[in-house]
Design a protein around this ligand. Structure first.
Ligand code: HEC
Length: 125
């Protein structure tokens, strides 16, 4: 009995650590996460690389940067990017937008996602 209780307490502690309360992300930490995006994205207006410019991405309809050749999957996706949509997409790009040309496995850690979102917001994203 007693050992079960201890196990239970340990389990609860693991859950508590695994899901920290989300305050706003940390933009400084997010800059490092953005290094993973930089090969394909800039935050400069109108500057597309392999991926579209992420300037002004919040509030923008998915697949709508002029002059960037998106996949049909992305132009058909139909969402307007906000924090919630971006969180889902960055965790699993190909799961959320099947057929996307964004060949990126996704960010595994929720705090990385929070932080990169904070970085994007703080830098004109
Ligand atoms: C290997 C290149 C590559 C990497 C790395 C990459 N992306 Fe992308 N990204 C793309 C491409 C290509 C698209 C366009 C996808 C399509 O048309 O299906 C895209 C699309 C997007 C979009 C949708 C933009 C729009 O205008 O609708 C967002 C948001 C985005 N990427 C964010 C990120 C973030 C944040 C990271 C880093 C965590 C990242 N991407 C990493 C290539 C990449």
């Amino acid at each position: 009995m007693k050992s079960n209780l201890i196990k239970l307490a340990g389990f609860a502690a693991v859950i508590a650590f695994a899901s920290p309360a989300f305050a706003d992300g940390d933009a400084a930490a997010g800059e490092k996460v953005f290094n993973k995006c930089k090969a394909c994205h800039t935050l400069e207006e109108g500057k597309n690389k392999v991926g579209p410019s992420l300037h002004g991405v919040f509030g923008r309809k998915a697949g709508s940067v002029d002059g960037f050749k998106y996949s049909k999957a992305m132009t058909d996706f139909g969402v307007t990017w906000d924090e919630g949509e971006l969180k889902k997409f960055l965790a699993d790009p190909k799961g959320v937008v099947p057929g996307t040309r964004m060949t990126f496995a996704g960010l595994k850690k929720e705090d990385e996602i929070e932080n990169v979102i904070a970085y994007l917001k703080a830098n004109g994203g």
